[in-house]
Design a binder for this molecule. Structure first.
Ligand code: SF4
Length: 109
C-alpha cells in the first residue's frame, strides 16, 4: 500500500497483538514493582581495612552465583528489621544482602 504524501504510515495493531504485548508489559512492570530487598549492601566505608579484607577474602557478593545458596538461606544470616534493609552476618563484617553469598555459607539446619 502506498501512502499519500504528508500522511502517516498506517499502523495496524491486531487485538491479539495488543493483548500479547500488553501482558508482557504488565509482567515486566509487576516484576519490577515486586522486587524485594535493598538495592545494595556493599557499603564498606565504616569498616576497618581488616574488616574489608575479611569481606574480600570470603568473596562476598550482593548476588549469589551458587544455585540454592544465598545469605537468607545461611545459618550465619541475621535478618534485617525491614524487608528493604540490609541484613547482618555472624562471621562477615558489615551488611549483607539476603540474595548475597560468600564462601562461609552454612546451610540452615
Ligand atoms: S556467612 Fe556468607 S553466605 Fe552466610 S550470611 Fe554471612 S555473608 Fe551470607
Amino acid at each position: 500500500m502506498k501512502n499519500a504524501p504528508h500522511s502517516r504510515p498506517e499502523v495496524r495493531l491486531s487485538r491479539r497483538s495488543l493483548l500479547v504485548h500488553g501482558a508482557s508489559l504488565v509482567g515486566v512492570l509487576g516484576a519490577t514493582a515486586c522486587k524485594k530487598g535493598p538495592s545494595s549492601c556493599n557499603d564498606v566505608s565504616g569498616l576497618t581495612p581488616d574488616q574489608q579484607n575479611t569481606r574480600n577474602t570470603l568473596g562476598y557478593s550482593d548476588t549469589s552465583d551458587q544455585p540454592g545458596k544465598n545469605c537468607a538461606k545461611c545459618a550465619q544470616f541475621v535478618a534485617p528489621p525491614k524487608e528493604d534493609a540490609c541484613g547482618g552476618c555472624k562471621v562477615l563484617p558489615g551488611t549483607v544482602h539476603p540474595n548475597g553469598y560468600c564462601r562461609a555459607f552454612t546451610p540452615k539446619a
